[in-house]
Ligand binder design. Structure first.
Ligand SMILES: [Zn+2]
Length: 309
């Protein structure tokens, strides 16, 4: 009798265990295909118009051919820097995060919600909360970036300058960091071609030369992930904060409002044109999806699901 009860209990446990296993594998169907690394590369002031009108950018062209692309992804208004970088990292527009201007360092409107790092919830801090052991980094050039992110959530924060001594700006820092630490999430945010656009114009030969230079920087970053042995487990997101027209931006033309948004790497559809509308704040949501981070209610972004195989 005792043996029968024992066997019955064993059978019950086996059933429960099996049920748990199958339900978890159903719930997390896409998880097995998620990358271990996400690298976001941003070029300040890089317009979708330039890609459609003669930019060489061989590395970008390769990523477009082997990945998924939207050349109609929109910035939030105004088509200025801080308000858009904030939206990219914070999964929502200026009405909610409150950073509304070109150079906002604190929100002009009170943020609708304050997260664990005393700032509107953004992807860096949310990922840290979820993954205490993750390696998280940021390399940037424009000083305004550091006011829009959870620097305390990061293992590595480096400001770089693009100048005669360091012609590739962020690049060597990002390359060394990738090789040394194999980051799970890294954002590399260049301050060009914005400066060239303001100086010589958004359709000037100098602007097109600068985006080709940045394309070579991107190639170096990809090369570093290959040398670090993580390329097969990485998704790259390459984008910008806004475009430009004549020698400026901030206004309401499509040359200013439309940005390239390119996904490339593990599990990303090849040669795919994203047909649905995407906004700059959808980038945070897509990164959250890729890193397995639950999106907070206050975010309005949506992951760009169609790019996944
Ligand atoms: Zn900008």
């Amino acid at each position: 009798m005792k043996k029968t009860i024992y066997l019955a209990i064993c059978a019950l446990f086996a059933c429960c265990f099996w049920a748990c296993l199958s339900s978890s594998s159903n719930d997390s169907a896409p998880v097995e295909n998620l990358p271990k690394h996400v690298i976001l590369v941003g070029f300040d002031g890089w317009s979708a118009y330039s890609v459609n009108n003669g930019a060489d950018m061989p590395t970008v062209r390769r990523l477009m051919a082997e990945g998924s692309t939207d050349l109609k992804s929109r910035s939030v208004l105004p088509s200025s820097s801080a308000v858009n970088w904030a939206s990219m990292f914070m999964g929502a527009g200026p009405e909610l995060h409150g950073y509304t201007e070109w150079g906002s360092r604190v929100p002009e409107l009170p943020s609708r919600t304050i997260g664990n790092y005393e700032i509107f919830p953004n992807i860096f801090g949310l990922y840290r909360q979820q993954a205490p052991q993750a390696e998280i980094g940021l390399v940037y050039e424009w000083i305004g970036i550091k006011f829009l992110v959870d620097t305390l959530a990061m293992d590595y924060v480096q400001q770089a300058a693009m100048n005669v001594e360091n012609p590739d700006g962020c690049t060597p820092f990002a390359v060394n960091y990738i090789k040394e630490k194999k980051p799970n999430f890294l954002a590399v945010i260049y301050d060009q071609p914005d400066g060239t656009g303001h100086g010589q114009g958004w359709e000037s030969p100098e602007y097109f030369a600068k985006i080709n230079h940045l394309d070579q920087c991107l190639a170096q970053i990809i090369q570093a992930t290959e040398e670090a042995g993580i390329l097969d487990e990485t998704v790259f997101i390459v984008t910008s904060d806004h475009g430009g027209i004549d020698k400026g931006h901030g206004g309401k033309t499509m040359k200013e409002m439309e940005r390239p948004l390119i996904f490339w790497g593990k599990g990303i559809k090849q040669g795919h044109t994203i047909e649905e509308s995407t906004m700059i704040y959808d980038i945070a949501s897509t990164i959250a999806y890729l890193l397995g981070v639950e999106q907070p209610q206050v975010w309005t972004g949506r992951p760009v699901i169609s790019v996944f195989e």
